[in-house]
Ligand binder design. Structure first.
Ligand SMILES: [Zn+2]
Length: 271
């Protein structure tokens, strides 16, 4: 198949993608252009980034706060996410980057302590993390990627798949994912958490923060983890044995169908 990549022109953000209210809003870069066709052309999907500030999580003496900046997202993370997704012909565009506080919930201190102490098996871990996210800044249809300090021992992020993992019942996938900017995965939670590397050269060790963002966006596009026992392709973005940055042709095909479904949803919503 010949894949052609349209050169992304400098697009003016359509009014329907402009954020409503933001505490601090940094930059409207571009927006959705038109529906993708079947020719392998680029599918553009807007993301609203949320930097969740004013939460401090303490673990093993480390005080974990938001250290990521809008500049890190624009100059380092988004370009790398787009390098990772280029083989799929999917281009992510920053609709806006919001710096926001946590949701006003009565038991916030308790929830924050719960998350700092959580492991992957702790009940309600992801539910409690979601309860910390302020819904008023969430975009109703485009992807929302939230950065929080920490998402629990050995975890680096999670994603919602929306209406289920099956394409036929859920043609546009999920639209929310969460990434922690501190991690203790490299030591298996034995050592204190460290800042997630903003960049990582090869060979793959922890992976960069952009890799985790790309992985979680992959889940939003209904991609699953490979089965470690039966996989034959390695260095994969979606994990498995010897993980890395690559997408298989099956994953590209599924992700493009779901991305096309999301683009359709956005255009319908905007009408
Ligand atoms: Zn995953």
């Amino acid at each position: 198949m010949t894949r052609r990549y349209a050169v992304a022109s400098a697009l003016q953000l359509p009014s329907f993608l402009r954020p409503a209210v933001a505490d601090e809003e940094v930059g409207n870069l571009a927006g959705l252009d038109k529906l993708p066709d079947d020719s392998g052309s680029i599918i553009q999907l807007p993301i609203r980034f949320h930097l969740v500030k004013d939460i401090e999580m303490v673990k093993k003496g480390v005080h974990m706060e938001m250290w990521l900046t809008p500049r890190d997202i624009e100059q380092t993370i988004l370009p790398e996410v787009n390098r990772i997704w280029l083989p799929a012909g999917i281009q992510w565009i920053s609709e806006s980057i919001m710096k926001e506080g946590p949701a006003e919930i009565p038991d916030r201190e308790e929830v924050v302590r719960h998350i700092a102490a959580a492991t992957r098996g702790t009940p309600d871990r992801t539910k409690k993390i979601l309860s910390l996210l302020d819904q008023k800044n969430r975009h109703p249809v485009i992807h929302n990627l939230y950065f929080v300090p920490f998402v629990g021992a050995t975890s680096q992020g999670f994603a919602l798949s929306g209406g289920g993992s099956d394409l036929s019942g859920n043609p546009d996938g999920g639209s929310r994912c969460v990434v922690g900017v501190w991690t203790d995965k490299p030591s298996g939670a034995i050592r204190p958490p460290q800042k997630f590397p903003l960049r990582e050269g090869l060979p793959f060790k922890i992976g960069s923060i952009a890799r985790t963002c790309s992985h979680e966006l992959g889940h939003n596009l209904l991609l699953q983890h490979p089965d470690k026992d039966t996989q034959t392709e390695f260095n994969r973005l979606m994990g498995g044995r010897r993980p890395g940055y690559e997408l298989t042709s099956e994953e590209i095909s599924l992700a493009r169908r779901v991305a096309g479904g999301r683009a359709e949803t956005i255009l319908q919503w905007a009408k």
